[in-house]
Write a protein that binds this ligand. Structure first.
Ligand code: ADP
Ligand code: MG
Length: 374
């Protein structure tokens, strides 16, 4: 295919940050919570109490259809993917802030689901159908989670069978749940040793893999959300484009010219601090590990966003966590990254919401404008 897309490394921003404010949900309304977050009209700017933060985009579900996030933040990354560049979308925020809803990681196959992953699947297959340009497109899917600084395969069939029989406790402790090792290739690519990579030909096949892996995610109950996800879930779509040259094609030095790229869609673990979850023992340990990944991610993205430091060849701390190691070849460099910070508007969540907004703001290094009307 022809790539009209400007190479991402020539673009000013390889990392973009959006904020998605979900509406107040029933449990919050029943508790009498009020909405304490406002969007500055006409600006990608969020105000909470005396704090004002600016991003690339701000979405409030009262004013923005869910497809707008996809069109503005994610669709351009699919175009990059077809031009051979890796891409990553990350959903960040406290448990209950709407990460899974926004990403569509809990997709069960119903039509018109607004989540990002179902829309990505739809768009990729539509694009392949429309191109019909003599290129052979191979699409593969893997789905893993990082739980307590270990990587697990959510598409491992033997693990799924075990989970059905014994539920969460057996799953977390299951001897057959063998962690996967992260490997680096000679040219700096990241691979997972022995991970299930399923070939997919249709969006329905891809959706059923998403549903299968979603049901395998490690979840445990905390005070914040009985179904809270304590792991980072990474759904990866790999695209291999094989251009078959005709015998008369002077450019052809091999039979094939292969272009490979991958798209990581990441539903991060809850960002709340361990003390707020009322966690102790095992759950607290999970909290510490989770924070390590999120801390490292914040440091990596902020290092990538600092153009001056990057030009000086500043160190990017990819190796500080499994999450950042795994995403190493898909954050920075030629890749494009979008972080979607998800927040609840409820006053009861204000402290965590401010933490999320600060984290997302630091990730982007955007200069905040002065407080307006305050
Ligand atoms: P997280 O994955 O961050 O823990 P969830 O995605 O599970 O949060 O969302 C928590 C609750 O809020 C769910 O009941 C979900 O249906 C609801 N929710 C999240 N985002 C929205 C939204 N934009 N509109 C309506 N309900 C939402
Ligand atoms: Mg979730």
């Amino acid at each position: 295919m022809e790539c009209s897309e400007v190479a991402p490394h020539h673009q000013k921003d390889s990392v973009k940050v959006a904020v998605n404010i979900r509406p107040l949900i029933t449990p919050e309304l029943l508790l009498g919570c009020t909405d304490c977050v406002t969007i500055t009209p006409g600006e990608p700017q969020v105000q909470i109490g005396p704090h004002v933060f600016t991003y690339d985009h701000v979405y409030g579900s009262k004013s923005s259809p869910s497809s707008l996030i996809f069109e503005q933040c994610v669709h351009p990354l699919i175009d990059s993917l077809f031009c051979g560049y890796n891409a990553t979308v990350l959903a960040y925020g406290q448990t209950g802030s709407g990460k899974t809803y926004t990403m569509g990681t809990n997709y069960t196959g119903e039509a018109n689901c607004g989540g990002i992953i179902p829309q990505v699947m739809e768009t990729i297959f539509k694009k392949v159908d429309a191109l019909k340009d003599g290129t052979e497109y191979l699409i593969r899917v893997s789905f893993i989670e990082i739980f307590k600084e270990e990587v697990f395969d959510l598409l491992d069939a033997s693990h799924a069978a075990l989970r059905l029989d014994s539920g969460y406790v057996a799953k977390a402790a299951a001897p057959s749940r063998v962690p996967i090792q992260i490997r680096e290739t000679v040219n700096g690519g990241i691979t997972l040793a022995g991970v299930t990579e399923a070939d997919v030909k249709t969006k329905e096949e891809m959706a059923s893999l998403l549903a299968r892996g979603s049901s395998s995610r490690a979840t445990g109950s905390t005070n914040m959300n009985s179904q809270s996800s304590r792991s980072h879930a990474i759904f990866t779509i790999s695209l291999e484009q094989k251009k078959v040259f005709s015998a008369s094609d002077k450019l052809a030095c091999n039979d094939y010219n292969i272009l490979s790229s991958k798209f990581h869609l990441v539903d991060l673990a809850g960002s709340e601090r361990a003390k707020r979850t009322g966690a102790d023992g095992l759950r607290l340990k999970e909290g510490i590990h989770i924070n390590r990944g999120l801390l490292a991610l914040g440091n990596v993205i902020s290092a990538l966003g600092d153009e001056k430091k990057r030009k000086e060849g500043a160190f990017v701390p990819y190796r500080d966590s499994k999450l950042t190691r795994l995403l190493q070849d898909s954050l920075g460099g030629n890749s494009r990254t979008v972080m979607i910070a998800c927040i609840s508007p409820a006053d009861s969540n204000a402290e965590e919401t401010i933490n999320t907004l600060k984290y997302a703001n630091r990730a982007r290094n955007i200069q905040n404008k002065a407080v307006i009307n305050r």
